[in-house]
Design a protein. Structure first.
Length: 399
């Protein structure tokens, strides 16, 4: 049965998030989808060329109706970040309460879907719409708040943390259903905010359809390792650089693909390392070609007990192409790598363990092809795109 879905998410195409694919797939399945998003400026924090006030405010992209609300670009610094967060939260709330936010038949939407990344305040518009029109909200929780602030350097004892803890509690408890990307999120939401267990459902992320199993890279004299994704403080890419320094006498090279707020600092930090290459941000369409050149993929994350609950979306893409994974990461991701038997994983922020695991990987006693095959098999059983969309449609009660 066709449904009218209002989607709330601060980020959307041309920004590199899966929400765009999710919305377009729901349209292909016969549903009407309207997205309320912000001005594109992620991850560098600069407004994309051709966007802004009066530009691409209302458009249809592959069948999805998109409205862009006024948003202050993130740029750098705490003040700009807060302005970015609240400018979208306020502007989107004003829009969904206006007479302009209606389905194509002029009626209200049947359901609100909030794709919750950072900040959690992007859900304010969803809550406002729910209160006005008495429709349910389904949230897909990808970033835990306020814990994302802690990983960014905010103390749990600070006023800022306490304030956003109150904000997060208010928001999460307004959701009718919360879909989580990591099983470990469930205990946190229940314990921290008293969210009822029956409201929480596990829905891991998927890898885009362009990622398919590639044949193992033909091994040469040099082993190639690749990190692909956003490069910010939380991703702890500096751990890779420190490991690269420890491995300068080994037959290894490191390839860092992606953009973000920490890219330029890391480039300067690694400019004297002849075994590291930075490529900057590249289009999604190019990523399978990059992956094919790697003997193994790298996943790193900052050390933090709650941040470790996260399963970064890149893990699914790595597994989809059938690549072994070497991690310097705790918690959920370590559990997945070990369950899949697709690589090695050491502690977050620990360059020495990362270097040692890389030495182990390139050693004569490691069956690298078997690791790649195990990664793909685990992906097929748990993270395939169709599995994701079928379950999402069911959880939205749209099937």
């Amino acid at each position: 049965m066709k449904k009218r879905i209002l989607v709330i998410c601060q980020y959307y195409k041309p920004e590199p998030f899966r929400i765009s694919d999710i919305c377009e797939e729901m349209v292909r399945r016969g549903h009407e989808v309207h997205v309320v998003t912000g001005y594109p400026n992620y991850p560098e924090g600069k407004l994309y060329e051709g966007y802004g006030t009066g530009k691409h405010i209302d458009e249809v992209i592959n069948g999805v109706k998109v409205h862009r609300c006024y948003t202050v670009p993130r740029e750098t610094g705490t003040v700009k970040r807060i302005m970015n967060y609240y400018s979208y939260a306020i502007a989107s709330t004003m829009y969904v309460l206006s007479n302009k936010c209606v389905a194509s038949d002029g009626k209200s939407f049947d359901i609100v879907y909030c794709n919750q990344l950072s900040p959690v305040m992007m859900a304010d518009a969803a809550i406002a719409y729910k209160r006005k029109y008495k429709v349910p909200i389904v949230m897909y929780c990808l970033d835990l708040w306020p814990e994302s602030l802690v990983a960014g350097g905010i103390s749990r004892k600070s006023y800022i943390y306490r304030y956003f803890h109150h904000v997060s509690k208010r928001i999460y408890r307004q959701m009718d259903k919360i879909l989580i990307t990591s099983r470990m999120f469930s205990d946190y939401l229940q314990g921290e905010f008293k969210i009822k267990k029956e409201k929480i459902k596990y829905l891991p992320q998927y890898a885009e359809g362009i990622f398919d199993k590639t044949p193992p890279k033909e091994e040469g004299e040099i082993f190639e390792f690749m990190f692909a994704g956003n490069i910010g403080e939380l991703q702890s890419v500096e751990t890779i650089l420190k490991a690269a320094e420890l491995l300068q006498d080994e037959p290894v090279k490191f390839h860092i693909v992606g953009g973000g707020t920490d890219l330029e600092r890391l480039r300067k930090l690694g400019e004297n390392l002849n075994n590291v290459t930075f490529y900057g941000r590249r289009p999604l369409e190019e990523m399978p070609e990059f992956y094919a050149k790697a003997d193994a993929m790298l996943v790193t994350l900052k050390s933090d007990p709650v941040l470790s609950l996260t399963l970064p979306g890149k893990v699914q893409s790595y597994m989809a192409v059938g690549k072994p994974i070497i991690g310097a990461i705790d918690g959920e991701t370590k559990i997945v790598i070990e369950a899949a038997e697709c690589g090695f994983c050491g502690r977050a922020d620990n360059a020495e363990e990362l270097a040692e695991n890389i030495r182990k990987f390139i050693g004569n006693n490691t069956d690298r092809a078997a690791m790649g095959n195990a990664a793909r098999l685990f992906y097929e059983k748990n993270f395939q795109e169709k599995l994701f969309f079928d379950k999402l449609e069911a959880e939205l009660s749209l099937g």
